[in-house]
Design a protein around this ligand. Structure first.
Ligand SMILES: NC(=O)c1ccc[n+]([C@@H]2O[C@H](COP(=O)([O-])OP(=O)(O)OC[C@H]3O[C@@H](n4cnc5c(N)ncnc54)[C@H](OP(=O)(O)O)[C@@H]3O)[C@@H](O)[C@H]2O)c1
Length: 289
């Protein structure tokens, strides 16, 4: 199939382009070629390109950036994706768009299903939610991911790993919980989803296991390093509150771990535990095995 992938300078877009190029013809459309901030120009950029599936991980992903420029957030996360989704519908192509667990208010614990009520707290969450509705309305597919990590671009685990190996004091937020998404697993699920022609709708896509805080992930990284003799025993991670980090100005939901039953029903594969995925990521980052 011919796939157009946006956001290929980002974490998810890069992972998808690398994985899917082995199986499909991939046309990469980074921001320089397709700017969601200008929805009409974004559609024009696709006029001359016949494709079967448009995959859109691009968007304004920084929560503080969205608070600072809500108008740009709306164009990049709502109007741009909506215009692309209508173009796909008109051209008879499929669209797979990405969204976030931050569409939930996170006030109560428990795994969130695709049917659960959304009530985003931030401009990022609100615009991503509006974008979801527009893409679904045009017949597209929306995949919600959370706390994404992978080799394509440093994320929280990579910063923690670097700090731990450098002997710096460790601290991590302990009062926010989700289930992370490993890019390499996500890329496999999307590859399989592309193969299920005729499938559309809303899917949660994250690893499985107990919901975890960044502090819990940090402790897992420390114990991984200690078990392999890469860190002295006894290194601890100071638990922090989101309130301790004034740079996180946008409101963030507390409990946003997602259930993946819909994805499992369509693909027939259970996502692996986030700890196993994190270990794989650490092993490949450290060139172990
Ligand atoms: N990362 C996470 O933890 C996380 C969690 C939940 C949901 N998600 C969702 O997953 C998707 C992928 O996230 P990610 O982690 O890959 O994000 P990312 O690493 O921040 O990448 C975002 C991508 O979007 C591009 N972009 C930004 N503004 C654009 C615009 N106006 N027009 C076209 N492209 C634009 C960026 O291009 P430049 O490089 O040029 O800026 C970059 O390629 C997003 O929809 C995000 O909302 C991510």
């Amino acid at each position: 199939m011919r796939l157009v992938i946006t956001g290929t300078t980002g974490r998810v877009g890069r992972a998808l382009a690398d994985r899917l190029a082995g199986e499909h013809e991939v046309i990469e459309m980074p921001r320089a070629l397709l700017d969601l901030g200008d929805p009409e120009a974004a559609v024009r950029a696709l006029w001359e390109i016949p494709f079967d599936v448009l995959i859109n991980p691009a968007g304004l992903t920084g929560l503080e950036e969205c608070e600072d420029d809500p108008e740009l957030a709306r164009r990049a996360n709502v109007l741009g994706p909506a215009a692309l989704a209508r173009h796909c519908r008109d051209e008879g192509a499929r669209m797979i768009h990405f969204s976030t667990d931050y569409v939930f208010d996170g006030k109560s614990p428990g795994l969130k299903s695709e049917e659960d009520l959304t009530s985003p707290l931030s401009i990022y969450g609100m615009t991503k939610h509006e974008g979801e509705l527009a893409v679904l309305e045009a017949g597209g597919t929306v995949v919600r991911v959370a706390w994404v990590f992978g080799p394509e671009k440093a994320a929280f685990p990579d910063q923690l790993l670097a700090d731990a190996l450098a002997g710096r004091p460790l601290g991590a937020v302990a009062d926010k919980f989700s289930l992370p998404t490993y890019t390499r697993d996500l890329a496999e699920w999307i590859a399989a989803l592309i193969g299920r022609v005729g499938t559309s709708g809303l899917f949660h896509a994250c690893n499985s296991g107990e919901p975890v805080s960044w502090h819990g992930m940090a402790e897992e990284i420390v114990s991984f390093l200690t078990d392999r003799g890469l860190l002295e025993p006894g290194v601890t991670v100071r638990p922090l509150s989101v309130m301790d980090l004034p740079s996180l100005r946008a409101p963030r939901p507390i409990h946003t771990a997602m259930a993946t039953d819909q994805l499992v029903a369509v693909l027939g594969v259970e996502p692996r535990d986030w700890r196993v995925a994190l270990h794989d990521h650490l092993k490949s980052s450290l060139d172990l095995e």
